[in-house]
Design a protein around this ligand. Structure first.
Ligand code: SF4
Length: 627
């Protein structure tokens, strides 16, 4: 709750809306205690007194009634009716939606067709029809407004419930023997409540407007009772001659609806932090680049060379330094392993290369990524697009998320080929078939006609590799492609990648958190921690003589099959938050060799030959000779 309130308070517009609405609600609550004139007492001798008249701060209406008094009593009534209608509509609609979504099948069909029939009528016409049937009056207007909004809540909540009802935790609750009612109350409802609150907060203003509309037409509150809509309706005839009688209730409606909408947007954002971080907003076509200095010249040679690459996430006032000056290179036919715990910046580094980090909130703030002679950071979108998937290809961790679920495998491969090469469909199909055979998919011809969900995880990952190979790229960036697979399939995929690399001269950047995989596949390895490379060198040398305490501990975590009994040492503590990195060595809080000097200032990546380490007191010398 405290987090929700602090998120809400950080949104200035929502805060302003909340303050204004609180003030209006407070005024409405204390209205009976205020020394106001009777809102219903007429005095035709004082009709149409202008604002700031003696004894009538906001003037009087066509019957000489005090406008300030009627405004406050009317606001009280309009707010009460609007909120009551919202609560009734949300409760009834959510109940209908949950029942339809949870039980599905015929129950869902019958309920939702009824809801569809209600939604087929325009809102206001339906409300008018209900009030016409029930008769004019504020209570009937409330029922009408609530009724026409029930389908909106029912549809929304039903959609959310359908998704939740098939989740594993609901299956687990069923297996545990919980009744349907209990599952709905303890598993489903807590998950849909935020959606109900969000829908309510954004529709309550609309319901106040609808109620005011019915009162304006004479179907809501009846004379002499005042609500904001009826005040507007009564002032209609004097709109030109005495505009203040319309302006006073009109401005109040505007203030209430605006403040509710601003607060509602803030509540929605605070309940869904992904919206605040920009995670759900449409990302730019390429990562935003804001470099304070020009791109540095590469210090190493390779088909792909990163130099001092920096990528940050700007979320509100917070800056997450996900990649803090990474330099690495990979040569044709070489496999470079990038290893580190989750959150060490491996994937963000890989995605930054081709401008694939979502902006907002991602920003490349420095450094360079060269593909041959082409600078990729800050390159025109057309340049990046022509290289993506053609010269530099990616294999992602979850092929089910990257393959389009509604297109056949063959069509997706053909599209990947034809996006970059003007070949006929039949030529592209022949190439797609060859690719599936290359990645050893049995019955490749028939597999072209399969949808992703018709294949196993290992087969889908092979399709992901085939797609990465579709245009004979120079570089493949494989981002934990075997993490979700079982060990036998993982071994097959790794040996396949290795063969393809050697036969095609591919440069591979292989991202993983498993030193076992690095040992099997990679020529060199770069160890990342808190967005920086802390050790790099040939795989054999790093495995034999890890120099950085973090590398040594990562290796100690890998079990060895047939290696005898050995205690596996977990690394104590957690990686630091990249929006609050400690000064000096980021590993110091977890390092048992940490000294005062380690916490003082920047520690450079220093080394000899092809090995380097970022540590003041390495575990081992970087060269055998130095030992
Ligand atoms: S610099 Fe110090 S704290 Fe950091 S890894 Fe080396 S010894 Fe440990």
């Amino acid at each position: 709750m405290r987090l929700f309130l602090s998120l809400l308070a950080r949104n200035r517009l929502a805060l302003a809306g909340g303050i204004v609405l609180s003030f209006v609600v407070l005024l409405a609550l204390v209205t009976p205690l205020l020394p106001l004139a009777d809102p219903d007492v007429t005095n035709t001798a004082d009709r149409f007194k202008p604002p700031f008249s003696e004894g009538a701060l906001l003037g009087t209406d066509h019957l000489g009634r005090d406008l300030l008094s009627r405004l406050l009593w009317g606001t009280r009534l309009s707010l009460a009716v609007g909120f009551a209608a919202a609560i009734i509509a949300a409760t009834v609609g959510a109940a209908i939606g949950i029942i339809a979504g949870y039980y599905g099948g015929r129950t869902d069909n019958v309920i939702m067709r009824g809801v569809d029939m209600l939604m087929a009528f325009p809102y206001i016409l339906l409300a008018l029809a209900i009030v016409a049937a029930l008769g004019p009056g504020l209570m009937n207007a409330l029922i009408a407004v609530a009724a026409v909004n029930v389908p909106f809540f029912a549809r929304n909540i039903r959609g959310i419930t359908v998704g939740i009802a098939h989740k594993e935790f609901v299956d687990a609750a069923r297996l545990a023997g919980l009744s349907d009612t209990r599952i709905i109350l303890t598993e489903i409802l807590p998950n849909v409540v935020p959606v109900i609150v969000i829908a309510m907060s954004t529709t309550v203003g609309w319901m106040i407007l609808e109620t005011a509309g019915l009162s304006f037409l004479g179907l809501g509150s009846q004379p002499p009772q005042a609500d904001l809509g009826s005040m507007l309706g009564e002032a209609r005839a004097a709109l030109i001659t005495n505009p203040h009688t319309s302006i006073v209730p009109g401005v109040m409606i505007l203030i209430i609806v605006m403040s509710i909408n601003l607060l509602g947007d803030g509540i929605r954002d605070a309940l869904d932090p992904r919206l605040r971080s920009g995670a759900l907003s449409r990302p730019m076509a390429a990562t935003l680049v804001k470099r304070a200095t020009p791109a540095p010249e590469p210090r190493e040679e390779g088909v792909l060379t990163l130099t001092d690459l920096e990528t940050q996430f700007h979320v509100g006032k917070r800056i997450y330094r996900a990649v803090g000056g990474v330099s690495l290179h990979v040569a044709p036919g070489e496999c470079l392993g990038v290893i580190g715990e989750s959150g060490s910046g491996k994937s963000v580094t890989a995605l930054s290369i081709m401008g694939l980090v979502a902006s907002p909130p991602g920003v490349v703030t420095g450094g360079s990524a060269r593909f041959g002679e082409t600078e990729l950071i800050g390159a025109r979108y057309e340049t990046l697009r022509s290289l993506r998937g053609d010269r530099v290809a990616y294999i992602f961790q979850d092929p089910l998320a990257t393959l389009h679920p509604l297109y056949k495998i063959g069509d997706q491969l053909i599209e990947a080929i034809r996006v970059h090469h003007s070949v006929s469909r039949s030529e592209a199909r022949a190439r797609a078939l060859k690719l599936l055979e290359d990645v050893r998919i049995p019955n490749a011809e028939s597999r072209l006609e399969n949808y992703p969900h018709e294949m196993s995880g290992g087969m889908r990952q092979r399709v992901g590799i085939a797609m990465a190979l579709a245009n004979d790229p120079d570089v493949i960036i494989a981002d934990e492609p075997t993490t979700a697979l079982d060990v036998t399939v993982q071994a097959q995929i790794l040996s396949l990648l290795n063969e393809l690399r050697q036969s095609r001269g591919l440069a591979v950047i292989f991202i993983t958190h498993d030193f076992g995989v690095v040992a099997q596949l990679c020529d060199r390895v770069a160890v990342m921690y808190a967005g920086r490379i802390v050790e790099t060198g040939p795989t054999g040398a790093v495995l034999e003589r890890p120099a950085h305490p973090y590398t040594k501990r990562l290796i100690a975590c890998v079990p060895e099959l047939g290696g005898g009994r050995r205690e596996l040492h977990a690394i104590p503590g957690l990686p630091p938050a990249v929006d609050a990195l400690p000064p000096g060595c980021a590993f110091a809080p977890r390092c048992d060799k940490a000294a005062e000097a380690c916490r003082q200032g920047n520690i450079d990546l220093a080394g000899t030959g092809d090995r380097a380490v970022r540590c003041l007191d390495p575990e081992a010398p970087l060269t055998e000779a130095a030992e």
